[in-house]
Design a protein around this ligand. Structure first.
Ligand SMILES: [Fe+2]
Length: 375
């Protein structure tokens, strides 16, 4: 399994059964996931997509719903209520799953990987896997890269080791430690279909023999789990840009973690920092936030599992009253996943179906709305 041609990280996989002896190949479609395209009508405004309104149903594959997309990344949710059935492999790029509630088991060709609530799972491009949510129910935010998802360059030294001032350590990343064992009760009698995604199409490859119980593997390409609460946040005496929360990077996008932390602490006895972020126009980025836990100092009307999309082209900033409310606050308990993209994100039909269409205008201060102040 080689990446970036033969020039980047790779793993050597020792197969018991050749992974090349499919006896049948057919096409299939999964509505809401693949094939998928953006809707035609996309006025430029700030958006609030209420993923909390999406119902649970299906397994890790059939429950996938793509909400936002561009050429570099697709963002969706998956709310399964069943264990994983068929195996899947994304031939387009790496995937990053964020487990909003509950853990589970990621079964992969590299071995099983147990995950916990609020873990990120990075699944390399071309990895056959299936996912079983704990208690057969889960809620996931899913990023599909058209390229790779890696630890950003600035956190790696010339040998690839994570630097000492990075926001995490090697030990924070968990990998499969055992090989996958074939078990007829669990994996069935066959045939064994592998659903492969490539070029916005799905194809089903049928195997007579179970091909994913390797005799062994070694190398540097494999899935990992990383818990968002192991992310070491940075803070400053005055407000630092959101990129200090960077966790993973792909081509044309970054994934950031907002975790509980001390907020901006400048205080010279006369002037204090205002912890609430400034309004800004990030003219080259679309910004999405997935709200996980805690109160956001800058937003009102946003709930857990909400996704906000603040597009390039129009400025955005805290809601009225939130600056005043933030003065004197020392810590935030907020937990959120952010993604900045360099190409605009377009909504799919499924996102439009759960959009709070009034969100763009919620910055307008109503006549009868009192400004909330801190104590
Ligand atoms: Fe922003």
């Amino acid at each position: 399994m080689t990446r970036v041609g033969f020039d980047s990280t790779y793993s050597i996989l020792y197969f018991r059964t050749p992974p090349t002896d499919e006896f049948a190949v057919r096409n299939m479609e999964l509505p809401g996931f693949c094939p998928i395209g953006p809707i035609d009508e996309q006025p430029l405004h700030r958006r609030h997509i209420r993923t909390q309104d999406i119902r649970h149903g299906g397994d890790f594959l059939t429950a996938r719903r793509t909400l936002l997309m561009n050429d570099d990344v697709r963002v969706g949710v998956c709310k399964p209520d069943q264990p994983g059935k068929d195996w899947f492999s994304n031939g387009e790029g790496d995937e990053c799953w964020f487990a909003y509630e509950g853990g589970g088991l990621l079964e992969t060709i590299y071995g099983p990987l147990e995950f916990r609530k609020q873990d990120y799972l990075i699944i390399p491009k071309g990895t056959p896997y299936r996912l079983h949510p704990e208690g057969d129910k889960g809620t996931f935010l899913v990023f599909e890269s058209a390229s790779y998802i890696d630890v950003p360059k600035q956190f790696r030294n010339e040998s690839g080791q994570i630097t000492m001032d990075g926001p995490y350590c090697h030990r924070d990343f968990r990998m499969p430690t055992e090989l996958l064992k074939f078990d007829e009760a669990k994996h069935g009698k066959g045939p064994y279909p592998l659903i492969v995604k490539f070029n916005n199409r799905l194809s089903v490859h049928e195997y007579k023999h179970f091909p994913w119980d390797l005799a062994g593997w070694d190398g540097c390409a494999y899935p990992v789990a990383f818990n968002i609460r192991d992310y070491q946040p940075r803070t400053g005496s005055v407000h630092l840009p959101p990129t200090i929360h960077i966790t993973f990077a792909g081509r044309g996008f970054i994934i950031c973690s907002f975790v509980p932390r001390k907020v901006d602490y400048y205080d010279n006895g006369e002037h204090q920092a205002i912890p609430c972020p400034y309004g800004h126009a990030s003219v080259d980025c679309d910004e999405i936030l997935y709200y996980v836990e805690g109160n956001f100092t800058s937003r009102k009307g946003i709930e857990q599992q909400s996704i906000s999309l603040h597009p390039m082209g129009v400025p955005h900033g805290p809601h009225p009253g939130t600056y005043e409310k933030s003065v004197g606050v020392e810590r935030t308990q907020e937990l959120a996943v952010m993604c900045d993209t360099f190409k605009p994100l377009m909504l799919t039909e499924f996102a439009a179906g759960v959009e709070d269409k009034d969100y763009h205008f919620t910055w307008v201060k109503r006549e009868n709305e009192a400004i909330e102040t801190s104590k």
